[in-house]
Design a protein around this ligand. Structure first.
Ligand code: FMN
Length: 199
């Protein structure tokens, strides 16, 4: 059985919804799944100033937070972050920056990795964020399994680097069929490649 860790940050729930869809798809594909939100490190004043952020923090307060061991456990790691100024969030990066000891021991290598993100605007930096995640994975010796255009459905969501969603002017556009299908495909493809690697 393939172990899948879905490790992500979300402030207002969009990337959380993407992670939940990946969890459903990976479970349906027969994998064991750990879905883990990275720890919130923003000041309380900043969170309180944004009702959607406060609501998400409260709604996820009882969920387990990501630990480095989740990556050691996993055969497949699906990494997600909202886009912030064309890059990952500081919360996501802070988690990545705790992984030095595991990197030094080679314990992040030889696993399958793929990535997902959300932006407010269509050209707001999705590919930059996904490539930033891939860059860290390459330092670890991980195996980047991008979706490419390996299925016709990828011509609907249109992102060969990972899966992405545009939240729109009010930052609340729900995931559409193209994104849901692309998330299912991402999970299924990563698991399929991990099974081939395991022989
Ligand atoms: C400080 C900050 C920077 C952002 N930078 C970008 C950006 O560069 N491009 C973009 O399209 N959206 C940007 N956004 C919008 C977020 O990407 C969007 O709110 C996020 O993807 C929603 O995901 P979440 O609901 O999981 O937090 C930014 C939002 C904040 C708060």
């Amino acid at each position: 059985m393939v172990n899948v860790a879905i490790v992500y940050y979300s402030a207002s729930g969009t990337v959380q919804a993407m992670a939940e869809r990946l969890e459903q798809a990976a479970t349906a594909a027969g994998a064991q799944v750990r879905r883990r939100h990275v720890k919130e490190i923003a000041p309380t004043e900043a969170i309180d100033a944004n009702p959607a952020w406060r609501a998400h923090v409260d709604a996820t307060a009882d969920e387990p937070v990501a630990t480095p061991d989740d990556l050691v456990w996993a055969d497949v790691v699906l990494l997600g972050s909202p886009t912030r100024f064309g890059n990952v969030t500081s919360q996501f990066q802070q988690f990545v920056d705790t992984l030095g000891p595991l990197w030094a021991e080679g314990k992040l290598a030889d696993k399958v990795y793929s990535a997902f993100t959300a932006t407010q605007t269509a050209h707001g930096g999705q590919e930059e964020t996904l490539l930033s995640i891939h860059t860290a994975v390459m330092h670890w010796g991980g195996i980047v399994v991008a979706p490419g255009y390996t299925d016709p459905l990828k011509f609907a969501d249109g992102n060969p680097y990972g899966v992405s969603h545009v939240t729109g002017p009010d930052n609340d556009a729900p995931l559409g069929d193209a994104q849901l299908d692309a998330l299912d495909h991402l999970a299924q493809r990563a698991i399929s490649v991990a099974e081939k690697l395991a022989g």
